[in-house]
Ligand binder design. Structure first.
Ligand code: AMP
Length: 544
């Protein structure tokens, strides 16, 4: 028997319409690429998104066409999210930190028709233009006065486009499974792979992210997404904010501690989201200046493992709840979040911190299974580690136009293979042990590079740490710890090994510690282990 409820599609256009209608005077504040702070409201943003949708039509964009962006987090990028998807086209956000070859590949593979770009990225586009023959128009996201001299063929001005249209446009209705946005993963090997989201997956993900078991977003929040809008749709924050009528504060190109702190204070930010490297920068700035984080109630951290010391600093020193989460581009991206359960709240602080340092339990909608190398499904006992497989309504069912990558990514039952090694404890909390290719295989046992890095980053003189496995004739592989000292400090090898001594099992301790000025980071803030492995390829461990 079929139920008798309305079959109304879940559409991105409806999000911005709702925000304009019921939270119309709520502000959207941006630090612009040009410098000054820009402020307007959801009513203004929705009206301009309609004007932009009309301009896109005039430029020949049709349903299903891909419209690319290379842009910072600003109000204009926000308008593009809603105008492009809302009219039924696909918003393809491009990470400007990709290598030239990757940029060439993804624009051509996606068959982008238009490219919207911030002033900062004009030089990148000029360099690449000859390799992007399919692009029909370049639109520079600025006003007429700031339009640069450029070799980009027929470059258009964003404000002219928007200003030249009336707002007589009605958000169309169509199937909720229509493609809405496209984001390529920046894998370290092979070509980037495209995750093609739908309106339905985006809205379901937003409902989940807003729920109290997740980030608990409401119309009383002022949210500053540090995570870029070119990194998995800023973890879905622009959509979740519109859904809940939260104020948005966009940081533009300035992501340093001082600039973020200024906006946190002036815009009374309550929630902010970013990768660990961004928070390391902010915490160092606070340490150096003695400033506080008044008003901020919570930060979320993900993309790489949050060191326990970071969670402790936010919670204990600054009174800000630090919510650690895990996800992937292929998962829209949020899969798990590490909030304590009621029964944990009277446990000692150290125990609570250990819970918060886990990657977390799944949002409703995400199924997880842990699989041993021989294909056995492992119990959630907190001990059995294996590869994590997931499925759910906001997880990709295939890569965009890539049969080879798709064939390798799913098992016979259609579960998506994450490439992460994890354990799940009896309470349902998932703990990432490592990327399957980063785990160190020593004498038939596994050593988690993440555990070692995390422990090392608790050392008071360590700013950042990374661990890689180096070949060893007896043990197969042994860990090398690579450390970036905090500014003005010179920790010794011995002090670091002694510090790790009571935190890590003896056989898992690194065979050596080396010091470097900085670690190589990829486009989404992750430490590039492949680069480190190349850099230290000829390094000889003292234990050989
Ligand atoms: P991306 O698709 O670029 O967001 O990368 C996804 C990958 O980042 C995951 O498969 C994990 O390996 C890693 N990752 C994301 N969040 C975390 C986390 N909280 N802890 C450890 N690794 C993480």
């Amino acid at each position: 028997m079929r139920g008798l409820m309305m079959d109304r599609p879940l559409l991105i256009g409806a999000l911005i319409q709702y925000a304009a209608e019921y939270h119309g005077d709520t502000e959207i504040v941006s630090r612009t690429t040009e410098g000054p702070i820009h402020r307007y409201s959801y009513v203004d943003a929705e009206r301009r998104a309609r004007q932009l949708a009309k301009a896109l039509k005039r430029l020949g964009v049709e349903r299903g066409d891909r419209v690319a962006t290379i842009a910072w987090n600003t109000h204009r990028h926000f308008e593009l999210y809603f105008a492009v998807s809302g009219m039924g086209a696909v918003c393809h956000t491009i990470n400007p930190r990709l290598f030239g070859e990757q940029l060439r590949y993804i624009v051509n593979h996606a068959e982008d028709k238009l490219l919207f770009l911030d002033l900062t990225f004009v030089p990148i586009a000029e360099k690449m233009a000859a390799e992007w023959p399919g692009l029909r128009h370049y639109v520079i996201m600025t006003d007429r006065a700031q339009m640069p001299e450029t070799s980009l063929p027929g470059a258009l001005c964003y404000e002219d486009l928007v200003g030249g249209e009336s707002s007589e446009f009605v958000w169309p209705e169509f199937d909720e499974n229509t493609a809405s946005s496209l984001c390529y993963t920046s894998g370290t090997t092979g070509n980037p792979k495209g995750a093609l989201y739908t309106h339905r997956s985006t809205l379901l993900h937003s409902f989940a992210v807003c729920s109290a078991n997740a980030v608990g977003i409401s119309m009383r929040d002022s949210i500053l997404p540090v995570v870029p809008m070119f990194h998995v749709n800023a973890w879905g924050i622009p959509y979740a904010a519109a859904m809940s009528g939260a104020k948005l504060v966009f940081p533009g190109p300035k992501l340093d501690g001082a600039s973020l702190h200024e906006l946190f204070t002036s815009e009374k930010v309550t929630l902010s989201c970013g990768v660990p490297t961004v928070w390391l920068g902010l915490l160092q700035y606070l340490d150096q200046t003695g400033k506080r984080l008044d008003g901020l109630t919570r930060v979320t951290v993900g993309g790489s493992a949050a060191p326990r010391a970071m969670i402790e600093a936010f919670e204990e020193r600054y009174g800000v709840q630090c919510i650690h989460g895990w996800g992937m581009t292929e998962m829209s991206p949020v899969g798990t979040l590490a909030l304590p359960k009621a029964k944990h709240l009277d446990r000692p602080m150290a125990e609570q911190l250990a819970i918060k340092a886990r990657q977390g339990f799944p949002l409703f909608g995400i199924d997880m299974k842990v699989v041993a190398p021989d294909g056995r499904v492992l119990p959630h006992d907190g001990k059995s580690s294996g590869e994590l497989y997931v499925r759910g309504p906001w997880i990709i069912g295939a890569y965009y136009d890539d049969e080879e990558a798709t064939a390798a990514a799913f098992d016979a039952e259609g579960w998506f293979r994450t490439g992460d090694v994890c354990v799940i404890d009896p309470d349902g909390y998932m703990i990432i042990v490592d990327r399957s290719k980063d785990v160190i295989k020593s004498g038939g046992e596994w050593i988690s590079s993440i555990d070692l890095e995390n422990a090392a980053m608790g050392h008071p003189e360590v700013a950042e740490a990374a661990v890689i496995g180096l070949p060893h004739p007896k043990w197969d592989e042994r860990p090398l710890l690579i450390v970036v000292p905090k500014a003005g400090h010179q920790p010794s090898k011995e002090s670091i090994t002694a510090f790790l001594g009571d935190k890590i099992a003896r056989w898992q301790l690194p065979d050596d510690v080396v010091f470097v000025a900085e670690l190589p980071h990829g486009g989404t803030g992750k430490v590039l282990k492949t680069r480190l492995r190349e850099q230290f390829r000829d390094y000889r461990l003292p234990t050989i």
